[in-house]
Write a protein of this length. Structure first.
Lengths: 316, 316
């Protein structure tokens, strides 16, 4: 029997097939059709049937289907309330996908929740009862494992860790509030700090590499220039790590997880990020013996693998 | 059979007897001896034996003993790491109490955790699977119910909700960090805002009532003057409620509890506090359909009742 995982992104939709050992035995990718949600469901159905056929498997051998989206799901698990990158608003996604896979249970979830689930079965959280994933990207995604299962909020509203306050009244956030974790800890926030640092230091390496153009400053460039020893980029990076460490300390003080994993492109900075981060968190956290801080292991496949595991988690 | 609950405070130790229906059938109070922890345990043992005798019950009829302290407990549940008001540091409290009650299981916990447990069995959280208690006092205590049981942190380090960040880098906190929820949402924080408001408005009602003395400004006076319409006190109260609403919104965005209960003396302000609080939280929270915000129900007995329930919760 197989589990199908679908990671619906604004550019591509990733499709994956997990076998009973939870190994990813086949996967493919189809472009996201920017037409209607019905078209999207049809594209997914055709893509999955093609993937099964190429693998020599029948639809009858599929035990469950899971899909994740970068957005919020309603408490009944039926509808995508908002997924801005997909332009999905109040889309009955579970029903649309279920129509493509008659007789097979279909579940949907937020992609960061799915990624945390993937880390639980196959990555940084294996063996954990309590664990937290923070994904540092355009936004700040968060997934929580409690009691060895995906935590979808006490009322099933999902988890919006990125929109817990970090600096109440501070930088504006995409959600409309000011000072969310997301507005200080996302890759976007590091780029913002980098732009501010560049304005203050027009002769810096950061300025040179960006050709003096703020549009060329992203989290990667700030990190690279900081690694190269540029004082302006270093200052921006330090401000960022200071705030990220506060967010991590808050997570430990509230949930006391065995493992806190950091995902997203910024993890590529490796120990240049993790070493100062761990030192600051240990200084700020209430307990010296808090859990580990590690890079997430599954990278870009995490959402797809987690989607395939939604059925397994629901039974567990 | 009876459950014994012990709430150890820096002034008094409260002792309570719960019957099988979880009714508080007898209780007493003894002064906290500021000598040694051994003396304290002896005082508790004698107090409990007297309470049982007065109720016509034998020690053999006691099923379990629980004690709560205003401080942090080690992960093994044996030792009070720090309880500043008791001057307890690395005190093996569980063992000291167990020596007073041979053959009876003894458990210890943080008092805010205990209070949350009491609300679960007898108060604002009855029937809840997920709930959060914030106690607004000198500090900010927090207790979390998950899966219908007391959550003591993923690694059993306890929950330090009051030391999640709210304004990273802001007001100094007793824990050594800057900007914890406690430093903006405790009753102490409201008094601080009130003093600042008084300095800015020397002709205010707040100034008159306090006789111009900052030492006379406490959370109660600020609240009373705000209720009376004093603009200076009103401004201080509004700043406080703004921050408290951000803390509550963070709790909803992270844990999505069915009920968030607010305890502590400030609850006496009633709807004057709760009405603007609910309005601000609804504006800030990611979901319109978030859980209820209510006053805690058990008041000063919550810690003692929760202590008595530690055994029941551990079995549950």
């Amino acid at each position: 029997m197989y589990q199908i995982g679908i990671d619906i992104g604004g550019t591509n939709i990733k499709l994956g097939l997990l076998d009973e050992a939870l190994e990813l035995v086949a996967h493919s990718s189809v472009p996201f059709p920017h037409t209607t949600a019905e078209d999207m469901a049809g594209t997914v159905g055709a893509g999955v049937r093609a993937l099964l056929q190429a693998h020599g498997a029948a639809l009858e051998a599929v035990e469950s289907v899971g899909a994740v989206v970068p957005g919020s799901i309603d408490a009944s698990g039926e509808t995508v309330i908002d997924a801005h990158n997909l332009d999905f608003h109040d889309v009955p996604l579970r029903r649309l996908l279920a129509a493509q896979f008659p007789g097979i249970p279909v579940r949907i979830a937020n992609d960061a929740n799915g990624a945390a689930l993937a880390e639980l079965y196959r990555g940084a959280f294996v063996g954990c009862r309590t664990a937290v994933l923070l994904t540092l990207g355009t936004g700040l995604g968060g997934g929580i494992i409690l009691g060895g299962r995906m935590f979808n909020g006490g009322m099933n509203h999902g988890v919006e860790l990125g929109h817990a306050y970090l600096v109440d009244g501070g930088e504006p956030c995409t959600c409309g509030n000011r000072g969310c974790m997301e507005s200080y800890c996302s890759a976007t926030a590091l780029a913002r700090e980098g732009r501010a640092a560049m304005r203050r230091a027009p002769e810096s390496l950061l300025w040179q590499k960006a050709g003096g153009s703020e549009a060329h400053v992203d989290a990667r460039l700030v990190t690279d220039c900081a690694k190269a020893g540029d004082p302006a980029a270093r200052a921006a990076f330090n401000v960022y790590v200071e705030h990220l460490s506060s967010a991590c300390a808050s997570v430990f003080n509230i949930l006391d997880p065995e493992v806190l994993a950091i995902g997203g492109g910024l993890c590529g900075a490796g120990e240049f990020l993790f070493e100062p981060l761990r030192a600051l968190v240990s200084r700020k956290c209430f307990y010296d013996t808090h859990g580990k801080i590690v890079p997430a292991l599954l990278g870009n496949d995490a959402g797809m693998i987690g989607a395939a595991l939604l059925g397994r988690d629901a039974e567990g």
